[in-house]
Ligand binder design. Structure first.
Ligand SMILES: Cc1ncc(COP(=O)(O)O)c(C=O)c1O
Length: 447
């Protein structure tokens, strides 16, 4: 264990020599400062190793991260995900309170008394499980009601539930895309979109670059049976918005279909919280709308909405739907309640936006580079994986939890910490976080 009293900058010790080692890959015991997770999970040098060797190498890597206090995965929460959360501290074994800037529960609906009450009532009526896939006997009147409500919410003809947002993207895309189709995706889409597109030809365009998108649309004309453009309303690691109205126009002009993932925009954007499609005045104007229950809707699961025929197709052809147990009744009930709250309690969204504006102003005033963030997600650009890990450790020691985003999540030169703001955060908690962030960022020469 490193001395916990050492300051933030000494946790990095990045020298030209380290940099050289990192590039040339040091031999001997694994030093996590010279390696990235990518090397142990996907890099081709792993391909010929026996399972035991792969497991051994990754374990040694993780052990070294833990030893350096750079291991920021799998924190153990002992209660709800509030602005102030309780965690089990790995070193002391004690429960500690932390300011939570790592939650996607933007409206704090996972702890709203009405969503909790609805989920308890549904469990009592339908049971704790669903017993089967929706294609068999796992579908209930509650599921069907939620599908109707989500269709109305997105202004689409029909909707379909999946037991996770990740599974939804995989299930929808893999069911739609075949060898003669082309997926055209923004380079910053979520891993679940990439995963779903694996079985078909795919082209990526530079993030939010309309010219690059149009070039692909022009060049791929008449080569494919179908072309599907996939973008997100709000990008999960950058917090910026897609220029959605222009993308809809381009897709139409070039006869391509458009799929929009509203994971981080549902509940946050639009006068009634219906996402970026509502924000840009084109609700109902996107072919396929995808979403998740695990962010603003305060639960877990995913959905897709579109034409009646598309949904019927997915009901039969989407393996992640057909061969997986249905969404829990407690989940369906709490999401129905969350949708009602979005309509009936706009003050929660207003409180979120007050916090977003307050925190964003604070970050900018301190001189942080937060890219083009325009949502509840703030990337603080660090551009050095080691500094990201050190900054996260120092913030944790000060009672603040943030999300590190390093290679391969983003290219190393774009590594950052990701901060997310929720409606329940108090100004004094945000002030404290800003003050400590500035202190450590100066020590690490980030600002
Ligand atoms: C844009 C996007 N789509 C899909 C998902 C997957 O959703 P879930 O975590 O609900 O499975 C995420 C998760 O962070 C996401 O950011």
């Amino acid at each position: 264990m490193l001395d916990q009293s050492e300051n933030c900058s000494s946790r990095v010790a990045t020298t030209a020599h380290d940099e050289h080692d990192r590039r040339t890959k040091a031999t001997g015991p694994i030093d996590s400062r010279h390696s990235s997770l990518h090397e142990f999970l996907v890099a081709s040098q792993q391909d010929s190793l026996a399972f035991a060797e792969r497991f051994e190498q990754l374990s040694a890597y993780v052990d070294d991260l833990v030893r350096r206090r750079h291991y920021h995965y799998r924190r153990v929460r002992t209660g709800g995900s509030a602005g102030l959360a309780r965690l089990l501290d790995r070193d002391s074994g004690r429960v500690v309170e932390v300011i939570n800037l790592a939650s996607n529960d933007y409206l704090d609906l996972s702890r709203h008394p009405a969503t909790i009450a609805a989920s308890i009532a549904a469990t009592q009526r339908y049971g704790a499980g669903t017993s089967a896939s929706p294609a068999a006997i796992g579908n209930t009147d509650l599921h069907e009601r939620l599908e109707r409500e989500l269709a109305a919410f997105t202004n689409c003809e029909a909707a379909l539930l999946y037991s996770s947002g990740f599974g939804m993207n995989c299930g929808v895309l893999s069911a739609l895309l075949r060898r003669n189709d082309l997926a055209i995706v923004d380079s910053c889409v979520h891993g679940s979109v990439m995963e779903g597109c694996r079985g078909a030809p795919m082209r990526t365009f530079a993030h939010n670059d309309l010219d690059a998108l149009e070039r692909i649309l022009v060049r791929s004309r008449s080569q494919y049976a179908n072309r599907l453009v996939v973008v997100e309303g709000v990008y999960s690691m950058d917090g910026d918005l897609a220029p959605l109205a222009d993308i809809v126009r381009l897709a139409r002009r070039h006869d391509a279909m458009l799929m929009l993932d509203e994971a981080h925009s549902t509940g946050v954007f639009g006068a009634r919280g219906r996402g970026t499609a509502e924000h840009f005045g084109i609700l109902g104007g996107v072919d396929i709308v995808a979403g998740t229950f695990s962010k603003s809707l305060g639960s877990v699961g995913g959905f897709v909405a579109g034409s009646r025929r598309l949904i019927r197709y997915l009901q039969m052809a989407s393996r992640h739907y057909v061969f997986s147990a249905s969404v829990l009744p407690s989940v369906a009930a709490s999401v129905l309640e969350a949708l009602r709250i979005l309509d009936d309690e706009p003050s929660i969204r207003e409180r979120l936006w007050r916090n977003v504006e307050y925190f964003g102003r604070g970050l900018r005033a301190l001189g942080f580079d937060i890219g083009a963030s325009a949502s509840a997600i703030f990337p603080v650009m660090v551009r050095d994986d080691l500094k990201v890990k050190a900054l996260c450790s120092c913030l944790y020691d000060d009672g603040i939890v943030v999300t590190p985003v390093v290679f391969p999540g983003v290219p190393e030169k774009q590594s950052r910490i990701r901060l997310s703001v929720t409606s329940g955060l108090e100004p004094k908690q945000m002030d404290h976080a800003l003050e400590r962030l500035a202190h450590h960022a100066k020590a690490l020469q980030i600002i």
